[in-house]
Design a protein. Structure first.
Lengths: 251, 468
């Protein structure tokens, strides 16, 4: 069987505030694969995440993004989400007055288009909260309001697990977490993963990679992917930094 | 992808917009003359002192100028307002006797159902007169009075004479003077000493006749140690001519008594809502205002609490929503006139489509009101960059031993929060509605469940429409 890319990014050029951030970026993520993107600050990692999700502040000037064999380059954010893309935020927004559960019910209904089975929903959520070592009361709290850094990350993973996307993009999900919290978050991610699910992880550290084994590691510098390899690339970068790749770009 | 701007257009208000044929038993001429006043008084078969009161108020009205501050009132032409429209029915105590068309309107507004399910008494006014009134038998046995103002003037003349427009005198401002001259309908509630009315009473004011004014008077007396929750609802269908609402609410909260006064005013966009509400609170008494202002062309509404007894308390919780072409100038006034009094003010306003939502309020502490405290919090949410929001708080503190806290926040709806919710599969419209519902949640929490649902429904109606 020919591997068919779940996510295909072709020759992507992206501007924000009239500045070109991504230039000719190519990336394919197949079903069941875990991809890690590493790169120095300002390389364009967050731009890539945002543009896959269709953030209105980013303009695709050339190239295309395909998801599940459909061109989604011009698609609205909510449609992309309903097709099965999820983005976890580094610092998710606080939404006062709307509970975590209330938002998830709204989202679940929007995605499935079917009325919710409340009992089943509650049961699922309880299971996931337990797995994340997240107190049940958090489901009834206002979305991210007054959450600590770690709680916000767990809340993002809870949302991912509940919404059950095909592709989850995790933007520095391990930053600022203590050892236990990294393990909880990793447990959640591993619980979510199977041969049907794909992951695109942005990370700076090796913490999360102790628990989640990447199939591919990409190095992103200056708006394009300059190297792709296996897990050993991540190790190298964690030990030696990005100096080597900067030279690649500059030469 | 260019940044999208969202403008939400005017929407269909569905059930609120049902227009019945303008049927009436009697309708006064447009404008305001001594003859019209005498005519109204005669139709109501009032005692002479009330007729005199009306005529004196008319003189006051003619002598007074329009307010020199606040929104523009040019759209109001008193020569074109019909002040009195008597519906084609007498007041009934049984819904089945109310004419079908009128009953149908109240049915659609859910009033008889609410009465059946969670109210202890109901009053329903249609244009200038109350068409239905009821109260549960056990409350009557405890001496609670709940009736329309016309009946009250006839049957409880002494009480009415003692309290009517004493708290809000006709010379307070021009529209109260007008009210004194042409008032019609409204409710009278009397709760005797120590009686706890645990289930709310509700009066609903429906204005149907185009180009008419509604001037209902609500007078509530809660005696020593007694307790009441009163709900007021208002609505009107939309016409192309300007309608006027200049009601007056007077609340007397006696020693150790407590009164919760909840309102959802939901006027159509042709309504000038110039309403006056005031409470006086004796020693250790409590007044709680829950106020939702939706609709209207212009609203000027500032419920006032006079804390005149030691330890008296006032809590004001208000929300307003100003859409396209609307100016909602609302807030509250508190006078701390005795020691150890306290007040809490918590308001939220939402504006969209170029609407203006203004908080205007004042807190006054008199020189003898030591150890008083007041906490004020005002929050505004603008849904686009063509809408306006403003906060105009005034503090007048004559005593040093007081604690005052004030916080004001004005903000635009966060594009990042909208994006965040959209990444969860929620549409842009629903994301906005969620954020607005969340913003209003602290107010919705204070409302009886059915009204919280109505408020959320109103917010939804306000937000629906084209997004481009």
């Amino acid at each position: 069987m020919i591997e068919k890319g779940l996510l295909r990014i072709n020759d992507l050029h992206v501007n924000t505030e009239n500045k070109e951030i991504l230039r000719s970026l190519n990336l394919t993520v197949n079903k069941g694969e875990v991809h890690v993107i590493m790169g120095p600050n300002g390389a364009g990692k967050s731009t890539l995440m945002n543009v896959i999700m269709g953030h209105p502040n980013y303009e695709v000037t050339k190239g295309s993004i395909e998801f599940d064999a459909e061109d989604i380059t011009e698609m609205n954010t909510d449609e992309r989400a309903r097709k099965g893309i999820f983005l976890s935020f580094q610092t998710p927004e606080e939404v006062p007055g709307i509970t975590v559960e209330g938002m998830l019910k709204g989202a679940k209904f929007a995605i499935t288009g079917k009325p919710l089975k409340f009992f089943q929903f509650r049961k699922d959520m309880k299971e996931k909260l337990d797995l994340l070592h997240f107190d049940e009361s958090y489901a009834q709290r206002y979305l991210n309001v007054g959450f600590s850094g770690g709680e916000k990350k767990k809340s993002e993973i809870l949302q991912m697990m509940m919404l059950d996307p095909k592709l989850a993009i995790l933007d520095e999900i391990d930053s600022g977490l203590d050892v236990d919290a990294v393990r909880n978050v990793a447990d959640g991610i591993n619980h979510f993963l199977n041969e049907e699910k794909s992951l695109l992880i942005i990370t700076h550290s090796s913490k999360l990679l102790e628990y989640i084994k990447p199939d591919f590691v990409h190095v992103l510098t200056d708006g394009r992917i300059v190297k792709t390899g296996d897990a050993s690339v991540a190790e190298e970068i964690i030990n030696h930094g990005f100096t080597e790749y900067k030279e690649v770009v500059n030469s | 992808m260019a940044k999208k701007k969202t403008i939400v257009e005017d929407i269909d208000r569905r059930i609120y917009d049902i227009k019945n044929e303008d049927k009436f038993n009697y309708k006064s001429e447009k404008g305001l003359t001594k003859e019209i006043i005498l005519d109204i008084s005669r139709k109501k078969n009032e005692p002479g002192w009330m007729t005199d009161f009306r005529l004196k108020s008319l003189e006051t009205y003619e002598a007074m100028g329009l307010p020199t501050w606040g929104p523009n009132l040019d759209a109001l032409d008193m020569n074109n307002i019909v002040t009195y429209v008597k519906p084609d029915t007498e007041m009934k105590g049984d819904w089945s006797e109310v004419p079908d068309e009128i009953k149908d309107t109240f049915d659609k507004l859910g009033i008889p159902k609410a009465e059946h399910e969670y109210l202890a008494g109901v009053g329903a006014q249609y244009d200038s007169e109350v068409v239905y009134h009821s109260i549960k038998e056990e409350l009557v046995k405890q001496g609670v009075i709940y009736t329309d103002m016309e009946t009250a003037v006839r049957e409880y003349e002494d009480i009415i004479k003692q309290y009517f427009m004493k708290l809000v005198p006709p010379n307070d401002h021009k529209f109260v003077a007008l009210h004194g001259a042409v008032w019609s309908g409204g409710s009278f509630v009397y709760v005797p000493e120590g009686v706890q009315v645990d289930i709310p009473l509700q009066s609903y004011f429906r204005s149907n006749s185009p180009g008419a004014g509604q001037f209902e008077h609500t007078l509530i007396i809660v005696e020593k140690g007694a307790k009441l929750h009163f709900i007021e609802g208002c609505s009107a269908p939309k016409y192309n001519v300007t309608n006027l609402h200049a009601g007056c609410v007077e609340l007397y909260v006696k020693e150790d008594a407590s009164l919760r006064y909840s309102t959802i005013e939901n006027w159509s966009r042709n309504m000038m809502n110039l309403n006056t509400k005031r409470a006086t609170v004796d020693k250790n008494g409590t007044i709680e205002w829950i106020s939702g202002s939706f609709g209207s062309k212009v609203s000027m509404l500032y419920p006032m609490s006079i804390l005149k007894g030691e330890g008296a308390k006032s809590e004001f919780t208000g929300i307003s929503f100003a859409g396209k072409g609307q100016v909602l100038d609302t807030g509250t006034k508190v006078v701390h006139a005795a020691p150890y009094t306290s007040s809490t003010i918590n308001t939220k306003s939402i504006s969209k489509g170029g609407g203006e939502a203004i908080y205007r309020g004042s807190v006054k502490v008199t020189s003898n009101a030591h150890h008083s405290q007041s906490t004020i919090s005002c929050e505004s949410l603008m849904l686009d960059d063509i809408s306006r929001s403003d906060t105009i708080p005034a503090l007048d503190i004559m005593n040093d031993e007081v604690t005052i806290g004030h916080e004001a926040k004005i903000g635009r709806i966060s594009d990042e929060a909208i994006f965040y919710l959209m990444t969860r599969g929620i549409s842009e419209e629903e994301a906005k509605a969620m954020i607005v519902r969340g913003f209003a949640e602290p107010i919705a929490k204070e409302l009886p469940l059915e009204y919280a649902v109505e408020m959320n429904n109103l917010i939804k109606l306000e937000l629906e429409g084209s997004i481009g």
